[in-house]
Design a protein around this ligand. Structure first.
Ligand code: CO8
Length: 258
């Protein structure tokens, strides 16, 4: 059997997925994404896990799709296999929060994979870019859609049309990244943030994620209604009763994540 391309680990209520193809800067092959998707689905289905972290190596979160693997593909090849559909697309359906802990290069599909996560914590050495144009292609895993939503049209056009890479500070100022921390601290910071999230009432966490994502997919009216219905629904959960009673009784809440 071939070496696994990822490593997984559980720390407390946090599931960690580490991309493990350091020799090729975590180039994203179909096989690697199959493994990531399977690991994420397992964590998503595990009641003892409340949040997930996805990370790479210090030199590269991921340097993009595997250029060597795809260089000779034809239109029929990519169309028939629905390249970037299937398991790539299935990462969107992970319902628990996923934090990308990004050090080094996050290029092409690597930048898109980071954006597919719920938020990005970046090390100071992180470099984000969509260099596909130099290969005669365009971003195909959400880059042309998520980058303008994250940082506005001007910056997205600049990055995608010129292939210019941006550093962690610029990415944070532009709104692509939630936090920038010293490179050696990026995983620690992401795990700590995930642990905080995982300690929160899980139904509220999941409905918050679902509602925020709805903001991208619906007009304001629909989004507000969706949020309000989720808000109403949370009054049926144990953790809402516990959280509010604990506050009133001035004690620590004991959440059951239900
Ligand atoms: N695919 C395959 N192999 C790669 C990739 C990649 N994307 N990136 C790096 N490698 C390999 C190199 O070939 C090299 O292998 P070897 O040691 O066998 O020669 C090894 O990783 C180390 O790379 P470098 O020697 O080039 O390392 P440097 O530090 O000199 O340079 C760079 C680092 C700048 C990151 C450079 O490797 C680079 O430019 N990589 C390609 C970046 C790129 O163009 N990415 C976009 C790919 S296209 C894409 O992502 C399509 C998006 C569509 C959606 C995809 C969903 C995932």
């Amino acid at each position: 059997m071939s070496e696994p391309m990822i490593k997984t680990e559980i720390q407390g209520r946090v599931g960690l997925v580490t991309l493990n193809r350091a020799k090729v800067l975590n180039a994203l092959s179909n096989e690697l994404i199959d493994e990531v998707a399977q690991a994420m689905r397992d964590f998503d289905a595990n009641d003892d896990i409340g949040a997930i972290v996805l990370t790479g190596s210090e030199k590269a979160f991921a340097a993009g799709a595997d250029i060597a693997a795809m260089k000779d593909w034809s239109y029929a090849d990519v169309y028939k296999q629905d390249y970037l559909g299937h398991n790539w697309e299935s990462l969107r359906r992970i319902r628990k929060p996923v934090i990308a802990a990004v050090s080094g290069f996050a290029l092409g599909g690597g930048c898109e994979l980071a954006m597919q996560c719920d938020f990005i914590i970046a090390g100071e050495n992180a470099k984000f870019g969509q260099p596909e144009i130099k290969l005669g292609i365009i971003p195909g895993y959400g880059g042309t859609q998520r980058l303008p939503r994250a940082m506005g049209k001007a910056k997205a056009m600049d990055m995608i049309l010129t292939a210019r890479m941006i550093g962690a500070q610029e990415a944070e100022q532009a709104g692509l990244v939630a936090r920038v921390v010293p490179t050696e601290k990026v995983l620690e910071e992401a795990m700590a943030a995930a642990a905080v999230i995982a300690s929160m009432p899980l139904p509220a966490v999941m409905m918050a994620k679902e509602s925020i994502n709805r903001a991208y997919e619906s007009p304001l009216n629909e989004g507000l209604l969706f949020e309000r219905r989720n808000f109403h629904a949370l009054f049926s959960t144990h953790d809402q009763k516990e959280g509010m009673n604990a506050f009133v009784e001035k004690r620590e809440a004991k959440f059951r994540h239900e």
